[in-house]
Structure formats: structure tokens, C-alpha cells
Design a protein around this ligand. Structure first.
Ligand code: WT7
Length: 678
């Protein structure tokens, strides 16, 4: 508790040093073509009209059976949206577009090797592929409505095909980011209870063909250790005619999809009409404690929310070429590469590799070639592109009407480069604040209605009603300049339904903090607590300051400090580990690691490297620390709690503050010298 408050106070101090930024206005051309130019939308979506306002989003979908109850709160805080309705996500992303758009590109896949042709998948082609693969999942893998399947794949056309095939059957997919390790994947297989794993043999990254199938073997072994047997591993191939992995196929367990698919040519599977509150997918994310949380998203509410926000905030029209550079293995990719854009019959571009490979102009060449007009990425990538090639964008003839930034606060300086250089001063920018749990955007400007303000996510999006509370539950007033915990007062259709298999943790983590009455069935008593600190300016724009819990946002994605610390303890010599967030020019934050060793350890070994390796195995390369420091002891409170705050100040070179009340104040100076020098 004590530590949490200190973090919050620090964030508030940061806010004080930030000045107000000037407004930027969208161009008249943008406004003239925008999907949403009517400010009355906020009136329609006011709390007075809640929850019925969300009918407007639900009506963007095709329902097999129309719903009768907008919001059912009887099982609070597990909200049920559009009850009585029956719907299918695959049908909404594919079948319903065939009449008007069957010959239009649904997905354009850009391989990393530049001499390899793009793969253009029309809506008709997507329909065929999804149906055939759904038939395979049903008949060969024996999967049916409600079963879970883990998908561990890189960026490849086969990934959305697999997701949409699952969605067609009502099979709940759990996509694990391809860059995560086999062990991380195995833990998620076990937690979700998947008996089928779908993977790919390899993929290109920075010019190298990586062996991805080897992670499947590790994943299956870890899952089994945790009590979950995987019967079948389905392996897609990166190259049509060759197996791109050195890892052998396991007889009777592993199957090449290309071999199996031959039997399913021409098969069609009716999209299963699912109750709106059936789960569509699980997406795991890190939390304060060790185990990742499987956020469960519904089919009806989620689809309504991502379709509505894709239309009004992303401003997607069917004729747009939309490129979101995120990985589909994160929520951004689910909502804003696959489900939202395809539901609107847009063309969604997928890129396999590194945006600066083979040179810093690559991303802009892709934009020029495909004539992309909507672009979506994260501050960490913007910083990387700016560092690698600050003068590259003007060399290419592309024009973005709209750009998004997401995942972490963007520095106004970086925002201005994005606007002037990447957007050529022409694009409207939205800074979208949301989370894995929320399914879609919470705060953002509506691009044709509000001016942009660098560094601020903007006001809440329609139907979202934030409030900032202080530690004691008092409301922090608008324009006070004070930071507090931002909460959402009302449920919304995109919100996750629960944590898979752990309702208690769902309630405790997201609702307990500011709940007014635990027995209440009234949504007004259950503000949603996302775990971020924020300030609200006089104009109602929110500036998101960062996490208030023990979560590190690395390159726009969440890593739990506890997860990292338990990985460190896998190295036998390590007695204690503590992880802090170090500010990083490109990745925003990176983990800095402190370990103390058991007495009498073998000094000849490279413990630092072993700790880094252990983290890579447990989580993946994304989590690799900047430094691993071996310290004689950790600074601790008298009750024995490690003072992460002190270590964080040492790593970041900020004021260490008062340490006299610690059990071992003398250690602080030793650790400081070790890290910062004399
Ligand atoms: C956390 C959620 C949402 C998709 C990608 C990350 C931070 C997210 C912003 C933004 C400032 C942001 C928050 C949030 N965050 N977007 N526009 N401005 N901070 O999803 O991994 O679930 O992480 O990312 O701290 O809680 P995620």
C-alpha cells in the first residue's frame, strides 16, 4: 500500500512539470469526409441515455437474432450486453460483405523479405479459407462451441484465418503473442485448458528466418507439467512448399495444416449463431501478481464496440487502406487489425517484420506502394522510426488522412514529429487510451470533432464516463491539475466479462477499489478501476500518466514485475530479486533488475547473463532487462519488504528520498555506488 501511494505521488509530480500544449486542428478535407461530424453524439451517449445509447453501435452489426435487453446487471460486476441476441463474429467480418465487396482486398500481407510478393486476400478468398479451416477444426480436431484453442503464431495471413475459423464455430481462441517464449505459451495453454495448439513453422524477423515450431514443443511440455495435455499441434507453413523449421514434427501429435486441408477443399461451415454473451476470445495480460490474467471478451458486446470505435474514432470507410502496425498477438491487433476493420469491410494491411528492415524507409515504402491512408502505431515505434530515419517520410509519396498512437503516453516532442513529418501536417491524429481489458478505446478525440493536443489522450469517447478519484475515494475535480486514479463510472459493451476461471480476481483487481456496495446490482456502484494515474485539464482532456500498480509498460506492453522476479528466481543462486522500471529513450520503460545471491554461490559464473536468459525463457525477448545488478542485500523496510521505490530512484538517477526508516539504510549507498559509480 505504502509503495503504491508513493508511485502515485511521483506521477503527480511529473504532471506538475508538464505544461499545457497548444491545440492542432484537423484539416477541412478530413472533416469533409469523416464518419462522425455531429457533436450531438455526446448527448446521445450521455449518462442519462445509458445504457440504451449503445444500441447505435449494436446496429452496426448483423444479428442472427435481435436482442431484447441492452444491459443485464443481475450478476454485477459481470455485465451482460445485448441479451437475447444471437450473432457470429466471423459472419460479421466476412459473409455479410460478400454481396458488395467479395472481390475487394480484406487483408494484404506484406512479407518482410522485400522481394517476396504481397499476399492479397479478397473477402471471397477469406471466406473460402476460413470455411475450409473451420471444417478442419471441427472434423479433424473435434472442436466445438465453448472449447478453447491456443494460437501461437507470428504475423501471417493464416493468423486471422485461424481466429475467424474459431469464431465461426464458437470456439474460444486465445492468441499468444508470437514473440513470447514456449514456456509463456505453455502456461497460457494450461490456464485456458486448450487441448489444441495452433502454430507456424517459422517467420522472418530482421532478415532471419526464425524457427517458431521449437516453441511449440516447449509449450506442450510446460502445459503438461501444469496438468494440461495437448493432443494436437496444427502447424501452418511460412512457405507453401517447404517446412521452415529445424524442429522435427512429433508423430501422432503434430500435423501440417497444408496436408490436412486437402480433405476440406470446398467445405462450407454455417456460422454458428451464438448468444451475444458467449466468449469470443481470451487475451492474457500481466497483472500485479504472478499469473497472467485471461481477459474474457464477449462476441456481441465486443463486436459492437470495436465496430463502432473503428468507424468513428479510426474513421474507417470500406474504401480505406488501413495499416495498423501492431501485432495481432496483442489486443490492439485483435480489435483494430482484425475484428473492427473487417467488420467495416475495410482493407487491413499486415506486415510480417521489423518496420526499419532492411532500412529506415521500409515502412514508408509500404505505405506508398499500398497507398495506405490510415496508419496506426505506438510511441515506441514512432521513436524508433524517428531515430533510425528522421528525414525518411518526405522521400515517399504517401498521404495519411488519419493516424493513431496507442499503448503509452507520447511525449509532445515525439507527437509533433509524428504530425509534421510522418503525417506531413495533413493527418488527423488520435491518441487512444485503453487496455487489454477494455476491448476498445476509452479516451480519444473524435478526429473531426475535437482538436488534438499533443501528449493528451483527449476526452472520453462516446458512452465512456471517466472520473478521477484520489487514494481516499474523493473525486479529483476537473482542471485541478492534480493526478489521481482514473476510473470509468459505467460499463460499456467492449469491457471484458471476467478473468478466465478467476472471477474473484476480476472483482478484486478492477472493481473492489472504489466499489460503493459489494452486494449492489446497480452499475452506478461499480466504477471500473483500470490502474492508471491521470489528470484532467479544464477542457476535459485526460492526460494519462502511467500505471499505479507494479506493472511495467515496456514498448507499450505490460509486464508484471512479479512475473519478472519469479523468472529471476529460476536461477538457482538467486536469493531475492527486485525489478524496477528504467526510463528508456526508445522503449519507454525497460526492466532493470536487482538480485541478491544465496551465500556461498559460485562467483565464477555469469549470473547476470543467466538471469537475462531466465527471463527470456520464461517470458520472451521483449522482457530482456537493460541491466542485472548483483547487490549484497536489498533495501528493506523493518517488516522485511523490499523497497522497490528506492531501487527505482537509483536506476533512474532521481531523488532517493528519506531512507532512515529502513531496516538497513547503509545498503542504499552501497547499491547506489554500484549502479551510478562514486
Ligand atoms: C496500458 C494498457 C491498449 C492497447 C495497447 C496496450 C497504457 C495505453 C495509452 C495511451 C497513455 C496508454 C496504460 C494502460 N496506455 N494506451 N494512449 N496513453 N497510456 O494494452 O498492454 O493492456 O496496456 O497501457 O497504462 O493501462 P495493454
Amino acid at each position: 500500500m505504502e509503495e503504491k501511494e508513493l508511485v502515485a505521488v511521483n506521477e503527480a509530480e511529473i504532471a506538475v512539470h508538464w505544461q499545457e500544449e497548444e491545440y492542432f486542428h484537423p484539416s477541412s478535407q478530413f472533416v469533409a469526409q469523416a464518419n462522425m461530424t455531429d457533436a450531438a453524439i455526446f448527448k446521445r451517449f450521455s449518462l442519462d441515455n445509458f445504457p440504451e445509447c449503445f444500441k447505435e453501435y449494436a446496429d452496426l452489426l448483423s444479428w442472427k437474432q435481435y436482442w431484447h435487453t441492452t444491459l443485464d446487471t443481475s450478476d454485477a460486476p459481470c455485465w451482460k450486453w445485448f441479451v437475447g441476441g444471437k450473432i457470429n463474429a466471423s459472419y460479421n467480418c466476412i459473409d455479410r460483405h460478400l454481396d458488395a465487396h467479395k472481390n475487394k482486398a480484406a487483408i494484404i500481407f506484406v512479407p518482410e523479405p522485400e522481394d517476396e510478393p504481397h499476399e492479397v486476400v479478397s473477402y471471397q478468398e477469406l471466406y473460402v479459407r476460413v470455411n475450409e479451416f473451420a471444417a478442419l477444426l471441427q472434423d479433424f480436431a473435434g472442436l466445438k462451441r465453448g472449447d478453447r484453442v491456443t494460437i501461437h503464431m507470428p504475423m501471417a495471413t493464416e493468423l486471422p484465418v485461424t481466429m475467424l475459423a474459431c469464431a465461426r464455430l464458437g470456439v474460444i481462441h486465445s492468441v499468444v503473442f508470437g514473440g513470447f517464449s514456449g514456456q509463456a505459451c505453455g502456461e497460457r495453454i494450461a490456464d485456458s485448458g486448450s487441448r489444441v495448439l495452433i502454430t507456424m513453422d517459422g517467420y522472418y524477423r530482421s532478415g532471419k528466418l526464425l524457427d517458431h515450431k521449437e516453441k511449440a514443443d516447449a509449450a506442450v511440455a510446460v502445459a503438461l507439467k501444469e496438468g494440461q495435455q495437448v493432443d494436437k499441434v496444427l502447424v501452418w507453413q511460412r512457405h507453401r512448399d517447404k517446412y521452415a523449421s529445424d524442429t522435427p514434427m512429433v508423430d501422432g501429435r503434430d500435423y501440417l495444416v497444408s496436408d490436412l486441408l486437402k480433405q476440406y477443399r470446398g467445405r462450407r461451415i454455417d456460422a454458428v449463431a451464438l448468444p451475444a454473451e458467449d466468449p469470443l476470445f481470451l487475451m492474457y495480460t500481466s497483472g500485479t501478481t504472478g499469473r497472467p490474467k485471461g481477459c474474457q471478451h464477449s462476441v456481441g458486446g465486443y463486436m459492437a464496440y470495436v465496430t463502432g470505435t473503428s468507424k468513428y474514432i479510426q474513421d474507417i470507410h470500406p474504401e480505406d487502406v488501413y495499416w495498423c502496425m501492431a501485432d495481432i498477438g496483442w489486443i490492439t491487433g485483435h480489435s483494430y487489425i482484425v475484428y473492427g476493420p473487417l467488420s467495416l469491410a475495410a482493407t487491413s494491411v499486415m506486415y510480417e517484420g521489423v518496420p526499419t528492415y532492411p532500412d529506415p524507409g521500409r515502412a514508408w515504402r509500404i505505405a506508398e506502394q499500398l497507398d495506405v491512408n490510415i496508419f496506426h502505431t505506438a510511441p515506441t515505434t514512432i521513436r524508433m522510426l524517428r531515430k533510425a530515419g528522421p528525414d525518411e517520410p518526405p522521400k515517399y509519396n504517401y498521404h495519411f488522412k488519419h493516424m493513431t498512437t496507442v499503448g503509452e503516453p507520447i511525449e509532445p516532442e515525439v507527437w509533433r514529429w509524428y504530425h509534421e513529418v510522418v503525417g506531413k501536417g495533413e493527418a488527423a491524429i488520435v491518441d487512444t487510451w485503453w487496455q487489454t481489458e477494455t476491448g476498445g478505446f476509452l479516451c480519444s478525440t473524435i478526429p473531426a470533432l475535437h482538436p488534438m493536443k499533443p501528449g493528451s489522450a483527449g476526452p472520453a469517447v462516446p458512452g465512456i464516463h471517466p472520473i478521477i478519484y484520489d487514494e481516499d475515494g474523493e473525486v479529483v475535480p476537473t482542471g485541478s491539475g492534480k493526478a489521481g486514479n482514473i476510473c470509468i463510472q459505467n460499463p460499456w459493451p467492449g469491457a471484458f466479462q471476467t478473468i478466465w476461471g478467476d472471477r474473484q480476481r476480476y472483482v478484486d483487481t478492477y472493481y473492489a477499489r472504489y466499489c460503493k456496495d459489494r452486494n449492489s446490482k446497480d452499475w452506478r456502484d461499480w466504477p471500473y478501476f483500470p490502474g492508471d494515474a491521470a489528470t484532467e485539464a479544464k477542457d476535459g482532456y485526460f492526460r494519462i500518466l502511467g500505471r499505479v500498480d507494479d506493472v511495467i509498460n515496456v514498448a507499450g506492453h505490460r509486464l508484471g514485475t512479479k512475473e519478472l522476479e519469479s523468472a529471476c528466481l529460476m536461477v538457482n543462486e538467486v536469493a531475492e530479486a527486485s525489478v524496477v522500471a528504467l526510463a528508456d529513450e526508445l522503449r519507454g520503460r525497460v526492466p532493470d533488475i536487482y538480485v541478491s545471491l544465496k551465500p556461498g554461490h559460485d562467483t565464477g559464473r555469469n549470473i547476470e547473463e543467466e538471469v537475462s536468459k531466465a527471463i527470456e525463457i520464461a517470458i520472451g525477448k521483449i522482457a530482456r532487462p537493460r541491466h542485472v545488478y548483483i547487490v549484497p542485500d536489498m533495501p528493506k523496510t523493518r517488516s522485511g519488504k523490499i523497497m522497490r521505490r528506492v531501487l527505482s530512484a537509483i536506476s533512474n538517477g532521481t531523488d532517493i528520498g528519506d531512507v532512515t526508516t529502513l531496516a538497513n539504510p547503509e545498503i542504499v549507498e552501497d547499491v547506489r555506488k554500484l549502479v551510478q559509480g562514486e
